[in-house]
Design a protein. Structure first.
Length: 328
């Protein structure tokens, strides 16, 4: 698949639920309201749509949310899509999770061809962790990560950079990741949805955020590439691979290869734009073949780049859609 600007599209992110057992401050408001369950794609619809996308050339699928592992029938989605990896139709099936339910799921993930996952953890400090997630327990996440490692799953840690909050947590996090063999990715906050806070205070450019690491260690760019938008650096002599995801300070849209299937069955071609097509209604009324037609329409809708900077400085309207709906 190619979009209107000639970019190859082969990476699908699926938000399997908008629900979550955490309430991270940059992602949701404390009193977040979720979609009625009847709006969610069913397990059958998710897998049929994903299989149709695979037929059109999608090679990698990431399951995300919300917290994907809180969805009750998640084991079945993983099992069915895992078979596509086994048959060679899919190169990779992966997951972004807050890690809280990983202990329960690690065996199942490994058994169904999930070899690498991302776990989000913004600090190792239990009090700060409880603060940013509004009440979650870090020990549960650390136990989950250890369970995943025990069954051979590689873990990358996602750390969202929040100004005046977790810059002092970066060195301990980098050292923890190096000790345990995890990659670490630092992500700039993106202005998505009303979370009940002024986002200009939260945002810190990734280059500024990593200053404590640059002061202590040698940090230099490396050529490594992943399916996502991160730029990579080697942190020596720690032996850490550090990724930076910099949607605001260093736009990466030229290489964007992604499309996103939302919890309620819409295809969004960009996290930062509202242009989308609605698959759910079409699939329910016309059958799964509707995906083929709407996918062609969606490819033409993919914008050249997002407008996060304008949304952050107030010159463009902030998107009403929260991160958990489109999937991070
Ligand atoms: N619940 C899972 C988790 O936290 O890993 C998966 C969904 S979450 C929306 C995916 C990623 O998006 C997480 O790494 C999270 O930290 C990040 N995220 C959420 N809201 C964000 C925002 N406004 N800006 C940047 N990253 C955000
Ligand atoms: Fe939940 Fe992930 Fe959003 Fe945190 S970032 S509230 S864990 S969906």
């Amino acid at each position: 698949m190619r979009d209107g600007f000639g970019r190859k599209i082969d990476y699908l992110r699926i938000s399997v639920t908008d629900r979550c057992n955490f309430r991270c401050q940059y992602c949701m408001s404390e009193n977040m309201t979720f979609m009625p369950k009847s709006d969610l794609l069913t397990l059958e619809e998710i897998t049929l749509i994903a299989e149709r996308f695979i037929g059109h050339g999608v090679k990698k699928i990431r399951l995300t949310g919300g917290e994907p592992l809180v969805r009750r029938d998640m084991s079945d989605v993983i099992q069915r899509l895992g078979r596509k990896v086994e048959s060679g139709e899919l190169e990779e099936l992966t997951l972004t999770t807050n890690g809280s339910l990983l202990s329960e799921y690690a065996d199942h993930l490994a058994a169904h061809n999930m070899h690498r996952i991302n776990v989000s953890m913004d600090t190792l400090d239990p009090y700060k962790f409880a603060e940013i997630t509004r009440g979650a327990k870090i020990d549960q996440v650390l136990t989950g990560i250890a369970a995943a490692r025990r069954v051979g799953i590689q873990v990358k840690i996602n750390m969202v950079a929040v100004r005046n909050f977790n810059q002092d947590c970066l060195l301990p996090m980098a050292e923890f990741c190096a000790d345990h063999g995890h990659d670490l990715t630092v992500i700039e906050t993106m202005p998505l949805g009303d979370v009940g806070a002024d986002r200009t205070f939260e945002h810190i450019p990734a280059e500024e955020f990593i200053a404590p690491l640059v002061e202590r260690y040698s940090v230099s760019p490396i050529a490594h590439k992943s399916a996502g938008p991160a730029r990579y650096m080697a942190v020596e002599p720690l032996g850490l691979r550090l990724g930076l995801i910099t949607p605001l300070s260093n736009n990466f849209c030229d290489d964007c290869n992604r499309l996103r299937l939302t919890t309620d069955g819409k295809i969004f071609m960009c996290l930062g734009h509202n242009a989308h097509v609605d698959l759910r209604a079409a699939v329910r009324n016309e059958g799964i073949e509707a995906v083929d037609r709407l996918l062609q329409k969606a490819l033409k809708l993919k914008p050249l780049r997002h407008d996060f900077n304008a949304q952050l400085d107030g010159s463009a309207d902030i998107l009403e859609r929260h991160m958990n709906v489109t999937g991070g």
